[in-house]
Design a protein around this ligand. Sequence first.
Ligand SMILES: Nc1ncnc2c1ncn2[C@@H]1O[C@H](COP(=O)(O)OP(=O)(O)O)[C@@H](O)[C@H]1O
Ligand SMILES: [Mg+2]
Length: 378
Amino acid sequence: MADVIELRDVRVSFHERGTVVDAVRGVSLSVRKGEVFGIVGFSGAGKSTLVRTINLLERPTSGRVLIDGEDVTDVRGAGLRALRRRIGFVFQGFNLVGNLTVARNIQFALKAGGRDRKDWSRRTHDLLRLVGLDEKFDSYPSGLSGGQKQRVAIARALANDPEILLCDEATSALDLETTEEILGLLKRINRTLGITIVFITHQLDVAKRIFDHVAVMEHGVIVEQGDTFDVFSQPAHPTTQALVNRYLGISIPPQLVPSLPEGTVVELRYRGEGALEPLISEVARRFDVSINVLHARVEYFGSHAIGILIVVVDGPGNSLTAALDELRAHVLGYRELDRGDLARVGDMGDIDRGGRAGNGGRAGEGMDDVASTEEDES
Ligand SMILES: Nc1ncnc2c1ncn2[C@@H]1O[C@H](COP(=O)(O)OP(=O)(O)O)[C@@H](O)[C@H]1O
Ligand SMILES: [Mg+2]
């Protein structure tokens, strides 16, 4: 399949009060037509800056941006407006205009896209039906829930029949149930309209649901990429491992930690839903160790499953070592857990909270985006 987006060694540096921030430091990637391509990473990694180079909301300091094989890096004026029509953008903060009705918000985009005014009404009804909100045609954004606002924003992003939809943390401001709904809608749009989606998020829970391919970003570079299941089931780079470990967490209630049986606490990961009980009882028997299962769960990445088992293994020194080696040899992922870490597990919720990347996000990000959209378009 053809690449609909290609970035070649893209770099973006910001100059601010005498200092230089290298937000993107040489990223090359290819997005295939019709896929959902995801970019994950901690806050400050450079995800938003990178995705904004695709529709040139951010001009690369160097490197090339190709859309459908055509180098668009230097387009301006009418060429830039035409490019923006081919690429819809959905933000975390919805960015609807508060004093315009839902229909007018969408028609704003139709006007920008140069659509014939006599088609506006029909087109707006079609778009609102697509996102399941036709009854809100004459409502104002203030009367809508977060999920409904995001649906309107999606309808607006689709107004000019884009071939690409960029979503920057499009579900990060929504609760779990609404996130689910919006992801379902995006997936449907992707499948039925064949629109390629580039989705950035710091939420692995979102990533695992809709990404076909994923790139992991850290400090302005892509540290790992590939098929979503492969990357998340066998993360190779420490950043990916950190993201996955934080997401999967270790759900042992911290108050139970002091009363855990003696021994080495081990997290085992395996592909598929297959039970590990036969392996465990065999290892326990052969090496004469005790193995207690503390926790078992199955996580789905798309349609693939990863099993996670947390066990405590105990026995005399030599046989304990041999038993652990045997377990390690038969699973996809093996990790010995520190009891101290277990006790701290309660603190690990959102993977964004660690602030690992140091820089943090920009304040009021959503509104920046509106400002720059309008600036650039005028
Ligand atoms: N307009 C800007 N001016 C200066 N620095 C910026 C600007 N936009 C982003 N940055 C900086 O670039 C880095 C990457 O930011 P961003 O792309 O927003 O990361 P992410 O979306 O992964 O959280 C951060 O250090 C951020 O502070
Ligand atoms: Mg961002």
